[in-house]
Design a protein around this ligand. Structure first.
Ligand SMILES: Cc1cc2nc3c(=O)[nH]c(=O)nc-3n(C[C@H](O)[C@H](O)[C@H](O)COP(=O)(O)OP(=O)(O)OC[C@H]3O[C@@H](n4cnc5c(N)ncnc54)[C@H](O)[C@@H]3O)c2cc1C
Length: 403
């Protein structure tokens, strides 16, 4: 087991660290840097993105010939963690959800023509994108294959879409959408993925759902589809291959969440460490108190456990495995790690931790979604129990990840 990063990845990681520290983190302190939903202001974002791009720190996961850097998943893990040391970080490098996962799946499964039309503008930073799957009850949530109500019906060479979706991240600013809809009532192969542009008639955003945390650009929206027509050429993969498409997207997309959340977790402890090293109480620095050390040491160790799970899953994906159990373990563990790290940091900062003088309260509110997005923790644990039942002692095998 060799955790050494390649020289190219290490050099890029350090360049990202420097850019985040010198250019992006100072922006967090200026209220003018924020939009109305506590994210980086869009005009400022364009400026910072162009600087990141000039430094070659753009779309690390995309092929070089399309303007990216062609990094493998291990390389992404090392770099994405550095990006999210700042709450504004990932989007400045075109590595934020949901664009990142959408680019990944389009690059993997779209036809060449589809890539040119739907993927390239996202890589170029000209448009944003959304993935449209979840529905309000009684529709698709944790169990999309069984519960999806949105239908696409074939009429000639077009598909006609009816239904309702919600919690669609970024829909308010996206131009390109990947939609999952039911195309058959069979128990399997019943969903199909489609691409549509925001200007297509027959759909609308009903509302931007108010949430507890800071928001991605374009918010989390509820959408209505009322007879929207999609030409068959905009179908992504085969009819009935919607779940396969989603699984391809989510394997890596879930793990990139973990990579970014680890960056936020480390930042939280960085803020805590600085405070306790300088703050006196009862005749000594807080950092000299054993009970304080226990809190910090425990959270630091958990972050490292999360990094190891994330790196193992990244490695397995790079070996061509679907890495289902590895990704599920990382997703469950890192969601908890993030929450614990920021909660610990708030506690150790005292009243300051509860204020808006640091980014801790921003991270705390953001962190709560980690146990829900891209599959609730309970559902991932169900997947793990299934893998254990199927594989027995081989659940914990070394090397040769399951294909
Ligand atoms: C901030 C945010 C952004 C999101 N962005 C998007 C997006 O861009 N596109 C999109 O399509 N969706 C998006 N979602 C939706 C997200 O993927 C779903 O919330 C998630 O899949 C869970 O579905 P649900 O909310 O319908 O929960 P439900 O399926 O209603 O489940 C509710 C709860 O029941 C429990 N549960 C469910 N199944 C099981 C089980 N088998 N065993 C034990 N317990 C179980 C879990 O605790 C779960 O949280 C987003 C959600 C959030 C919070």
């Amino acid at each position: 087991m060799d955790f050494t990063l390649s020289p190219e990845v290490e050099e890029t990681r350090l360049a990202i660290r420097k850019f985040v520290e010198e250019r992006i983190m100072p922006l967090e302190e200026d209220p003018a840097s924020y939009d109305d939903h506590e994210n980086i202001d869009l005009d400022l974002l364009k400026q910072v993105q162009s600087e990141a791009r000039d430094r070659g720190l753009w779309c690390l996961s995309m092929p070089k010939e399309r303007g990216g850097r062609g990094f493998d998943t291990v390389g992404m893990a090392a770099c994405y963690e550095e990006m999210n040391r700042s709450i504004f970080g990932p989007v400045c490098f075109n590595a934020a959800a949901p664009d990142d996962g959408n680019m990944y799946v389009l690059n993997k499964v779209a036809t060449d023509e589809q890539k040119e039309k739907w993927l390239q503008p996202i890589i170029d930073g000209k448009v944003r994108s959304s993935i449209v799957m979840t529905e309000p009850a009684p529709g698709a949530g944790s169990d999309p294959g069984g519960m999806m109500l949105t239908r696409a019906e074939k009429k000639g060479d077009k598909w006609v879409v009816q239904g309702r979706k919600w919690f669609i991240t970024g829909a308010g600013v996206a131009d390109h959408f990947i939609l999952l809809a039911r195309t058959s009532d069979e128990p399997r192969r019943n969903l199909t993925a489609f691409l549509f542009h925001k200007d297509t008639p027959g759909w609308e955003i009903e509302r931007r759902i108010p949430i507890m945390g800071p928001e991605e650009h374009g918010g989390h929206c509820e959408l209505m589809f009322n007879g929207m027509e999609i030409p068959d050429e905009n179908r992504l993969m085969g009819v009935g291959e919607g779940m396969k498409c989603v699984q391809i997207r989510l394997g890596t997309a879930r793990l990139t969440h973990c990579m970014r959340w680890l960056g936020l977790a480390k930042r939280s402890l960085e803020i805590a460490n600085e405070y306790i090293s300088n703050r006196d109480a009862f005749g000594s620095k807080l950092s000299k108190r054993e009970s304080v050390q226990l809190l910090l040491g425990d959270a630091a160790m958990d972050i490292e456990i999360g990094r190891l799970l994330t790196m193992k899953a990244a490695w397995a994906l790079d070996q061509g495995s679907r890495a289902r159990k590895e990704v599920s373990m990382a997703k469950v563990a890192v969601a908890d790690v993030l929450f614990k790290a920021v909660d610990t940091a708030i506690q150790l900062n005292g009243a300051r931790g509860y204020s808006k003088d640091t980014v801790l309260e921003w991270i705390y509110r953001y962190a709560r979604q980690a146990k829900l997005v891209d599959g609730a923790s309970e559902v991932h644990k169900m997947v793990l129990a299934g893998a254990l039942a199927e594989n027995g002692m081989d659940f914990w095998s070394w090397g040769n990840p399951e294909q």
